[in-house]
Design a binder for this molecule. Structure first.
Ligand SMILES: Cc1cc2nc3c(=O)[nH]c(=O)nc-3n(C[C@H](O)[C@H](O)[C@H](O)COP(=O)(O)O)c2cc1C
Length: 331
Protein backbone atom coordinates (compact mmCIF):
# COMPACT_ATOMS: atom_id res chain seq x y z
CA UNK A 1 0.00 0.00 0.00
CA UNK A 2 2.78 2.36 1.03
CA UNK A 3 4.77 1.69 -2.16
CA UNK A 4 1.70 2.46 -4.33
CA UNK A 5 1.29 5.75 -2.47
CA UNK A 6 5.01 6.53 -2.84
CA UNK A 7 4.91 5.81 -6.55
CA UNK A 8 1.84 8.02 -6.95
CA UNK A 9 3.53 10.87 -5.10
CA UNK A 10 6.77 10.48 -7.06
CA UNK A 11 4.86 10.59 -10.32
CA UNK A 12 2.99 13.75 -9.28
CA UNK A 13 6.23 15.48 -8.25
CA UNK A 14 7.82 14.43 -11.54
CA UNK A 15 4.89 15.86 -13.51
CA UNK A 16 5.10 19.22 -11.74
CA UNK A 17 8.88 19.27 -12.23
CA UNK A 18 8.36 18.64 -15.96
CA UNK A 19 5.91 21.52 -16.22
CA UNK A 20 8.36 23.86 -14.49
CA UNK A 21 11.18 22.69 -16.79
CA UNK A 22 8.90 23.26 -19.79
CA UNK A 23 8.08 26.77 -18.62
CA UNK A 24 11.79 27.56 -18.16
CA UNK A 25 12.38 26.34 -21.73
CA UNK A 26 9.54 28.47 -23.16
CA UNK A 27 10.84 31.54 -21.31
CA UNK A 28 14.38 30.88 -22.52
CA UNK A 29 13.16 30.57 -26.12
CA UNK A 30 11.14 33.75 -25.73
CA UNK A 31 14.17 35.56 -24.35
CA UNK A 32 16.24 34.36 -27.31
CA UNK A 33 13.53 35.55 -29.72
CA UNK A 34 13.50 38.89 -27.91
CA UNK A 35 17.30 39.26 -28.02
CA UNK A 36 18.09 37.85 -31.45
CA UNK A 37 14.86 37.62 -33.46
CA UNK A 38 14.32 39.82 -36.49
CA UNK A 39 11.19 41.45 -35.00
CA UNK A 40 13.02 44.80 -34.64
CA UNK A 41 13.42 44.73 -38.43
CA UNK A 42 16.71 46.59 -38.37
CA UNK A 43 17.17 46.78 -42.14
CA UNK A 44 20.58 48.40 -41.80
CA UNK A 45 21.79 45.13 -40.28
CA UNK A 46 23.07 43.07 -43.20
CA UNK A 47 21.70 39.61 -42.30
CA UNK A 48 18.34 40.83 -41.03
CA UNK A 49 17.83 42.83 -44.23
CA UNK A 50 18.75 39.90 -46.43
CA UNK A 51 16.27 37.56 -44.73
CA UNK A 52 13.65 40.29 -44.82
CA UNK A 53 14.29 40.97 -48.47
CA UNK A 54 13.86 37.27 -49.27
CA UNK A 55 10.26 37.59 -48.07
CA UNK A 56 9.61 40.59 -50.30
CA UNK A 57 11.20 39.33 -53.51
CA UNK A 58 9.77 35.86 -53.03
CA UNK A 59 6.33 37.47 -53.27
CA UNK A 60 7.42 38.85 -56.65
CA UNK A 61 8.81 35.47 -57.73
CA UNK A 62 5.47 33.89 -56.97
CA UNK A 63 3.68 36.58 -58.93
CA UNK A 64 6.02 35.90 -61.89
CA UNK A 65 5.43 32.14 -61.72
CA UNK A 66 1.65 31.99 -62.14
CA UNK A 67 0.33 30.80 -65.50
CA UNK A 68 -2.25 33.54 -65.53
CA UNK A 69 -0.98 36.32 -63.36
CA UNK A 70 -2.94 39.38 -62.36
CA UNK A 71 -1.17 42.16 -64.31
CA UNK A 72 -1.83 44.60 -61.44
CA UNK A 73 -0.27 42.39 -58.77
CA UNK A 74 3.19 42.67 -57.26
CA UNK A 75 3.59 46.44 -56.91
CA UNK A 76 3.53 46.51 -53.11
CA UNK A 77 6.29 43.89 -53.01
CA UNK A 78 8.21 45.85 -55.65
CA UNK A 79 8.07 48.90 -53.32
CA UNK A 80 9.27 46.77 -50.39
CA UNK A 81 12.18 45.48 -52.45
CA UNK A 82 13.25 48.91 -53.72
CA UNK A 83 13.07 50.40 -50.21
CA UNK A 84 15.37 47.67 -48.89
CA UNK A 85 17.76 47.89 -51.85
CA UNK A 86 18.10 51.63 -51.23
CA UNK A 87 19.22 50.81 -47.69
CA UNK A 88 21.66 48.19 -49.06
CA UNK A 89 23.11 50.85 -51.34
CA UNK A 90 23.57 53.22 -48.41
CA UNK A 91 25.37 50.53 -46.39
CA UNK A 92 27.45 49.56 -49.48
CA UNK A 93 27.07 45.91 -48.48
CA UNK A 94 25.16 43.57 -50.79
CA UNK A 95 24.29 40.04 -49.67
CA UNK A 96 22.95 37.04 -51.54
CA UNK A 97 19.30 37.99 -51.20
CA UNK A 98 20.02 41.65 -52.06
CA UNK A 99 21.47 40.56 -55.40
CA UNK A 100 18.71 38.02 -56.09
CA UNK A 101 16.07 40.62 -55.22
CA UNK A 102 17.46 43.14 -57.69
CA UNK A 103 17.29 40.58 -60.51
CA UNK A 104 13.75 39.50 -59.65
CA UNK A 105 12.63 43.11 -59.45
CA UNK A 106 14.24 43.82 -62.83
CA UNK A 107 12.28 40.92 -64.37
CA UNK A 108 9.08 42.18 -62.81
CA UNK A 109 9.59 45.74 -64.01
CA UNK A 110 10.38 44.69 -67.57
CA UNK A 111 7.25 42.56 -67.96
CA UNK A 112 5.22 43.81 -70.97
CA UNK A 113 2.41 44.79 -68.56
CA UNK A 114 4.77 46.87 -66.40
CA UNK A 115 7.46 48.30 -68.61
CA UNK A 116 5.66 51.56 -69.34
CA UNK A 117 4.63 52.20 -65.76
CA UNK A 118 6.19 55.57 -64.69
CA UNK A 119 6.94 54.36 -61.16
CA UNK A 120 8.44 51.20 -62.65
CA UNK A 121 10.73 53.34 -64.82
CA UNK A 122 11.94 55.19 -61.72
CA UNK A 123 12.68 51.89 -60.04
CA UNK A 124 14.52 50.60 -63.10
CA UNK A 125 16.79 53.60 -63.24
CA UNK A 126 17.62 53.07 -59.56
CA UNK A 127 18.43 49.39 -60.23
CA UNK A 128 20.83 50.45 -62.98
CA UNK A 129 22.80 52.48 -60.43
CA UNK A 130 23.36 49.32 -58.37
CA UNK A 131 24.93 47.40 -61.25
CA UNK A 132 24.55 44.03 -59.49
CA UNK A 133 25.26 40.82 -61.33
CA UNK A 134 24.12 37.27 -60.57
CA UNK A 135 25.13 34.20 -62.57
CA UNK A 136 21.99 32.43 -61.35
CA UNK A 137 18.51 32.70 -62.81
CA UNK A 138 16.14 34.23 -60.29
CA UNK A 139 12.46 34.93 -60.84
CA UNK A 140 10.51 32.14 -62.54
CA UNK A 141 11.72 29.29 -64.75
CA UNK A 142 9.95 26.71 -66.94
CA UNK A 143 9.82 23.04 -65.87
CA UNK A 144 8.07 20.24 -67.76
CA UNK A 145 6.55 17.11 -66.26
CA UNK A 146 9.68 15.29 -67.54
CA UNK A 147 11.84 17.57 -65.42
CA UNK A 148 9.79 16.60 -62.39
CA UNK A 149 10.04 12.92 -63.38
CA UNK A 150 13.81 13.11 -62.89
CA UNK A 151 13.13 12.82 -59.18
CA UNK A 152 11.57 9.40 -59.56
CA UNK A 153 13.63 6.53 -58.23
CA UNK A 154 12.79 3.06 -59.54
CA UNK A 155 12.42 1.59 -56.05
CA UNK A 156 11.81 4.29 -53.42
CA UNK A 157 11.40 1.62 -50.74
CA UNK A 158 15.02 0.56 -51.25
CA UNK A 159 16.12 4.16 -50.58
CA UNK A 160 13.84 5.06 -47.66
CA UNK A 161 13.80 1.71 -45.89
CA UNK A 162 17.56 1.17 -46.00
CA UNK A 163 18.27 4.27 -43.89
CA UNK A 164 18.93 3.42 -40.26
CA UNK A 165 20.46 5.49 -37.54
CA UNK A 166 23.97 4.15 -37.23
CA UNK A 167 25.95 4.81 -34.07
CA UNK A 168 29.24 3.02 -34.74
CA UNK A 169 31.08 3.72 -37.98
CA UNK A 170 34.00 2.32 -39.96
CA UNK A 171 37.00 3.13 -37.76
CA UNK A 172 39.67 5.61 -38.80
CA UNK A 173 37.80 6.95 -41.81
CA UNK A 174 36.78 10.57 -41.81
CA UNK A 175 34.43 11.98 -44.45
CA UNK A 176 36.41 14.51 -46.51
CA UNK A 177 35.40 18.15 -46.76
CA UNK A 178 34.43 17.98 -50.46
CA UNK A 179 31.89 15.27 -49.61
CA UNK A 180 30.67 17.25 -46.60
CA UNK A 181 30.11 20.29 -48.83
CA UNK A 182 28.30 18.16 -51.39
CA UNK A 183 25.97 16.85 -48.69
CA UNK A 184 25.14 20.34 -47.46
CA UNK A 185 24.61 21.59 -51.02
CA UNK A 186 22.16 18.76 -51.66
CA UNK A 187 20.35 19.41 -48.39
CA UNK A 188 20.06 23.09 -49.23
CA UNK A 189 17.36 22.24 -51.78
CA UNK A 190 15.13 21.85 -48.73
CA UNK A 191 12.18 24.25 -48.82
CA UNK A 192 12.13 27.02 -46.22
CA UNK A 193 9.59 29.69 -45.41
CA UNK A 194 9.72 32.35 -48.21
CA UNK A 195 12.98 30.66 -49.26
CA UNK A 196 14.77 32.43 -46.41
CA UNK A 197 17.27 29.53 -46.04
CA UNK A 198 18.14 30.59 -42.54
CA UNK A 199 20.26 27.50 -41.88
CA UNK A 200 23.80 27.34 -40.61
CA UNK A 201 25.74 24.13 -40.10
CA UNK A 202 28.81 23.82 -37.91
CA UNK A 203 30.97 20.86 -38.90
CA UNK A 204 33.91 19.15 -37.26
CA UNK A 205 36.06 16.13 -37.99
CA UNK A 206 38.46 16.90 -35.15
CA UNK A 207 38.35 14.43 -32.28
CA UNK A 208 38.89 16.99 -29.55
CA UNK A 209 36.16 19.33 -30.85
CA UNK A 210 33.64 16.53 -31.42
CA UNK A 211 34.23 15.18 -27.92
CA UNK A 212 33.82 18.66 -26.46
CA UNK A 213 30.52 19.22 -28.32
CA UNK A 214 29.18 15.81 -27.36
CA UNK A 215 29.97 16.41 -23.69
CA UNK A 216 26.85 18.62 -23.65
CA UNK A 217 24.61 16.14 -25.51
CA UNK A 218 22.91 13.44 -23.53
CA UNK A 219 22.23 10.67 -26.05
CA UNK A 220 25.65 9.74 -27.42
CA UNK A 221 26.92 7.30 -24.82
CA UNK A 222 28.76 4.95 -25.34
CA UNK A 223 29.43 5.60 -29.01
CA UNK A 224 30.05 9.39 -29.19
CA UNK A 225 33.79 9.21 -28.70
CA UNK A 226 34.12 7.27 -31.97
CA UNK A 227 31.91 9.43 -34.20
CA UNK A 228 34.21 10.55 -37.08
CA UNK A 229 32.27 13.63 -38.27
CA UNK A 230 29.77 15.84 -36.52
CA UNK A 231 27.29 18.46 -37.67
CA UNK A 232 25.60 20.93 -35.37
CA UNK A 233 22.57 22.11 -37.33
CA UNK A 234 21.28 25.56 -36.43
CA UNK A 235 18.84 28.14 -37.77
CA UNK A 236 19.13 31.90 -37.53
CA UNK A 237 16.54 33.66 -35.37
CA UNK A 238 17.25 36.90 -37.23
CA UNK A 239 15.21 35.51 -40.13
CA UNK A 240 11.95 35.67 -38.17
CA UNK A 241 9.96 38.83 -37.87
CA UNK A 242 6.33 38.23 -36.93
CA UNK A 243 5.56 36.96 -33.43
CA UNK A 244 3.55 34.16 -35.02
CA UNK A 245 6.77 32.86 -36.55
CA UNK A 246 8.23 31.92 -33.17
CA UNK A 247 8.26 28.19 -34.01
CA UNK A 248 9.19 28.53 -37.69
CA UNK A 249 12.91 28.10 -37.13
CA UNK A 250 12.33 24.70 -35.55
CA UNK A 251 10.22 23.65 -38.52
CA UNK A 252 12.67 24.82 -41.20
CA UNK A 253 15.57 23.43 -39.17
CA UNK A 254 13.89 20.04 -38.76
CA UNK A 255 13.21 19.77 -42.48
CA UNK A 256 16.80 20.73 -43.28
CA UNK A 257 18.20 18.22 -40.79
CA UNK A 258 16.23 15.41 -42.39
CA UNK A 259 17.48 16.44 -45.83
CA UNK A 260 21.05 16.26 -44.54
CA UNK A 261 20.45 12.71 -43.35
CA UNK A 262 18.88 11.70 -46.67
CA UNK A 263 21.69 13.39 -48.59
CA UNK A 264 24.23 11.42 -46.55
CA UNK A 265 22.26 8.23 -47.15
CA UNK A 266 22.01 8.89 -50.90
CA UNK A 267 25.81 8.78 -51.24
CA UNK A 268 26.38 5.75 -49.02
CA UNK A 269 27.12 7.48 -45.73
CA UNK A 270 25.36 6.71 -42.46
CA UNK A 271 24.24 9.07 -39.73
CA UNK A 272 22.64 9.36 -36.33
CA UNK A 273 20.60 12.40 -35.28
CA UNK A 274 21.46 13.51 -31.74
CA UNK A 275 18.78 15.48 -29.95
CA UNK A 276 19.22 18.99 -28.64
CA UNK A 277 16.07 19.00 -26.50
CA UNK A 278 18.17 20.64 -23.88
CA UNK A 279 17.82 22.75 -20.79
CA UNK A 280 18.64 26.47 -21.00
CA UNK A 281 21.65 25.71 -18.78
CA UNK A 282 23.11 23.19 -21.25
CA UNK A 283 22.37 25.48 -24.20
CA UNK A 284 24.25 28.31 -22.50
CA UNK A 285 27.10 25.97 -21.53
CA UNK A 286 27.76 24.72 -25.07
CA UNK A 287 27.78 28.32 -26.32
CA UNK A 288 30.50 29.12 -23.79
CA UNK A 289 32.62 26.22 -25.00
CA UNK A 290 32.06 26.46 -28.76
CA UNK A 291 31.92 29.37 -31.18
CA UNK A 292 28.22 29.29 -32.08
CA UNK A 293 26.65 32.60 -33.04
CA UNK A 294 24.16 33.96 -30.50
CA UNK A 295 21.30 34.20 -33.00
CA UNK A 296 21.78 30.59 -34.15
CA UNK A 297 19.39 28.19 -32.44
CA UNK A 298 20.64 24.63 -32.21
CA UNK A 299 18.25 22.15 -33.84
CA UNK A 300 20.20 18.95 -33.31
CA UNK A 301 23.58 17.37 -33.84
CA UNK A 302 24.16 14.73 -36.50
CA UNK A 303 26.98 12.20 -36.20
CA UNK A 304 28.01 10.62 -39.47
CA UNK A 305 30.59 8.45 -41.19
CA UNK A 306 31.06 5.38 -43.36
CA UNK A 307 29.18 2.23 -42.38
CA UNK A 308 31.44 -0.67 -41.46
CA UNK A 309 31.33 -3.98 -43.37
CA UNK A 310 29.07 -5.47 -40.72
CA UNK A 311 26.87 -3.30 -38.49
CA UNK A 312 24.20 -3.67 -35.88
CA UNK A 313 21.34 -1.17 -35.70
CA UNK A 314 18.14 -0.83 -33.70
CA UNK A 315 15.33 -2.28 -35.78
CA UNK A 316 13.09 0.68 -34.71
CA UNK A 317 10.04 -0.72 -36.49
CA UNK A 318 7.23 1.61 -37.55
CA UNK A 319 3.63 1.87 -36.34
CA UNK A 320 0.82 0.55 -38.58
CA UNK A 321 -0.35 2.98 -41.25
CA UNK A 322 -3.88 3.27 -39.84
CA UNK A 323 -2.46 4.87 -36.68
CA UNK A 324 -0.72 7.55 -38.71
CA UNK A 325 -2.99 8.22 -41.70
CA UNK A 326 -6.71 8.98 -41.59
CA UNK A 327 -9.29 10.62 -43.76
CA UNK A 328 -9.79 14.29 -42.87
CA UNK A 329 -13.43 14.85 -41.89
CA UNK A 330 -15.55 17.94 -41.27
CA UNK A 331 -16.59 18.36 -37.61
C1 LIG B 1 15.68 14.73 -33.44
C2 LIG B 1 16.21 13.35 -33.12
C3 LIG B 1 17.03 13.19 -32.03
C4 LIG B 1 17.60 11.95 -31.76
N1 LIG B 1 18.48 11.84 -30.71
C5 LIG B 1 19.14 10.68 -30.53
C6 LIG B 1 20.14 10.60 -29.53
O1 LIG B 1 20.40 11.55 -28.81
N2 LIG B 1 20.82 9.44 -29.41
C7 LIG B 1 20.55 8.35 -30.21
O2 LIG B 1 21.22 7.33 -30.05
N3 LIG B 1 19.59 8.40 -31.16
C8 LIG B 1 18.88 9.54 -31.35
N4 LIG B 1 17.91 9.62 -32.32
C9 LIG B 1 17.72 8.48 -33.23
C10 LIG B 1 16.38 7.77 -33.01
O3 LIG B 1 16.47 6.94 -31.90
C11 LIG B 1 16.06 6.99 -34.28
O4 LIG B 1 15.94 7.91 -35.34
C12 LIG B 1 14.75 6.23 -34.16
O5 LIG B 1 14.87 5.18 -33.24
C13 LIG B 1 14.33 5.62 -35.51
O6 LIG B 1 15.32 4.78 -35.98
P1 LIG B 1 15.99 4.93 -37.41
O7 LIG B 1 16.56 6.31 -37.48
O8 LIG B 1 17.03 3.87 -37.45
O9 LIG B 1 14.92 4.72 -38.44
C14 LIG B 1 17.28 10.83 -32.58
C15 LIG B 1 16.40 11.00 -33.63
C16 LIG B 1 15.87 12.24 -33.91
C17 LIG B 1 14.97 12.41 -35.10
Amino acid sequence: MRSIWNNFLRQKVRSVYRLIEGLKGFLYDYKRFFLYGGWKEDLYEYETRNYNLAMAYHGLEKSLSYKRRDPKSGWSNAERVIFRLKIAKKTKEFGYHDVAASQVLYKFLTLPANKDNPRGKEMLSFLETLDLFSSETHGSIEKTNLDFAQGQIPNPESFFLSRYSLREYRPNQIVDIETVERVIRLAMKTPSVCNRQEWHVYHSDTRETIDLALKFQNGNKPFGNKIPNLFIVTTDLKAFFAGSEHYQHWIDGGLFSMSIMYALHSIGLASCPLNWSQTPKADKAIRKALDIKDSHTIMMMIGFGYPDKDNKVCSSTRRPINEVLSNLQKK
